[in-house]
Ligand binder design. Structure first.
Ligand code: MN
Length: 131
């Protein structure tokens, strides 16, 4: 079946490893203090470690991926899963090593900030997460 949303633009901001794409669905405005985007991660692609000052919700719309909070084991995530990420919890999300993953991300703002970007997920961390 056709993807729900277009893949959008390739992310080149340096906060992702591998090939990831963003389609903006809804920008922050006077009523909505969050941004909604559809993020496509090709196999092997993932975010850097990061936090959200007011949390984030992910809705997986396609494929198989991984979600990990610092100090905890990685979780497999799949189409239909909803991940409610608390504020200021260090984490990453992305595709599995062998499958793409697409999620909608609803990311809340605190003032003008919705994410604090940290270091890349190393190949070692990623390969442990895929075990
Ligand atoms: Mn996040």
């Amino acid at each position: 079946t056709a993807p729900l949303f277009s893949k959008g633009e390739k992310l080149t901001n340096g906060y992702f490893t591998g090939d990831a794409y963003l389609q903006l669905l809804l920008a922050k405005d006077k009523n909505n203090d969050f941004v909604i985007g559809s993020v496509t991660f090709e196999a092997g692609a993932r975010t850097n470690w990061h936090t959200h000052p007011s949390g984030q919700v992910l809705i997986v719309t396609e494929g198989l991926g991984l979600y990990q909070e610092k100090g905890k084991p990685a979780q497999s995530i799949k189409k239909g899963d909803i991940i409610n990420i608390p504020e200021n919890v260090e984490h990453w999300h992305g595709a599995s090593a062998t499958s793409k993953m697409v999620h909608i991300a609803i990311t809340n703002y605190e003032g003008e900030v919705n994410a604090v970007w940290l270091s890349p997920v190393t190949d070692l961390e990623y390969s442990e997460a895929n075990k």
